[in-house]
Design a protein around this ligand. Sequence first.
Ligand SMILES: [Zn+2]
Length: 423
Amino acid sequence: MTKSALPVDGEQLQRDIEQIALFGAVDADDGRGRTALPGDEANGEARDYLVARLEEAGLDVRVDAVGNVAGRWTPPSADPNAAAIAAGSHLDSVPRGGIFDGPLGVFAALEAVRAIRESDVSPDCGLEVVCFTGEEGTRFADGVLGSTVATGKRGVDETLALTDGNVTLEEALERIGYRGTGRLDASEWDAWLELHIEQNSRLEDARVPLGVVTDITGTVRCHVTIEGEADHSGTTAMTDRQDALAAASELVLAVERSATEAAASGSGTAVGTVGHLDVEPSVVNVVPGTVSMRLDLRSVERAEIQAQLDAVTSVLETVKDNRNVSTTFDCTYDVPPTPLSARCRDTVLNAAQDCGIEARTLHSGAGHDTMQVADVTNAALLFAASVGGHSHSPKEWADWDDCTAATTVLAESLARLATTDEH
Ligand SMILES: [Zn+2]
């Protein structure tokens, strides 16, 4: 039993998540999956269900130009001009994704606000439940679409004009009835909280239901090309080759080595991956002539990402000299690490302690909408423990009791943020 006075209804939360799981449900031998890409029919059905539930709970619903949905409760006790406290997540998924990634945070926020509304708490400000458009980056853009518009990093018009090669985001939103007006402005919020499934097994291993994120890792992505010479595999002597793939292989191992070293010596959060490799001509009897590869380097410490970059560029120089190949190296994507708000984190940790729910602090290797929102207001990211650490797969799972515990802490935290005189 948790020690919270807020009447959080875990069964209602479960019903909501299971209902969303029906929209775009996929066959899976193991687990339960869904496919709801931004702006598709299943995403539209999930949004309709959310809007109906927000209205049922008495919230004022608005939809902005890029389809971000917000439901606001302005308590009678609130100063109508006070900045609201917001919470939420997203309802789109990757193809064959899990049923918790996104919906948990949206419906936990709704359940939290509903519970506060039914309690004796008298908030000083409004509370807002939010669903951002297109977090996953499976259609129209690389992801965090709605939250980058809400934080002013991406313009409304350019976002609506994004295309999936067939239709624009605007057309897709119009089709499902979610091309709204105006722009949700996250900088107007006093604070933001997102509950998300962990997508890792650290909490399960520690037998703790709740995680509170301290920092979100920074990410640098680089594009490397290695140009050698394509030649006959039978007639080109080993001493005469300019094998682009053999050169690339040295770099792949260097990325692994430098990330392992950075992880062992520092914050323990460094990771480095070569996730994409194109080999040309990619024919069994031809020495590879060209390789194009993409690197993804992360850590909560910018210096640890830099150490990986330095190691990679130095190996690239060596490979160039030793193997007589030419190379290019560009880093086109560079998002710095995001430390999350101490005010929000402490509120969540204190709320967990007072509720008798065990929590631990950890970092997040994935960005989520919170990484965007954290740039414009105080933000916190809460994790509910994953079962087995699976994610972006029908195997993704969370224990319902853990979801309820995490939602209880979310509700307590929102109530506290909304009733202190800090804002
Ligand atoms: Zn997510």
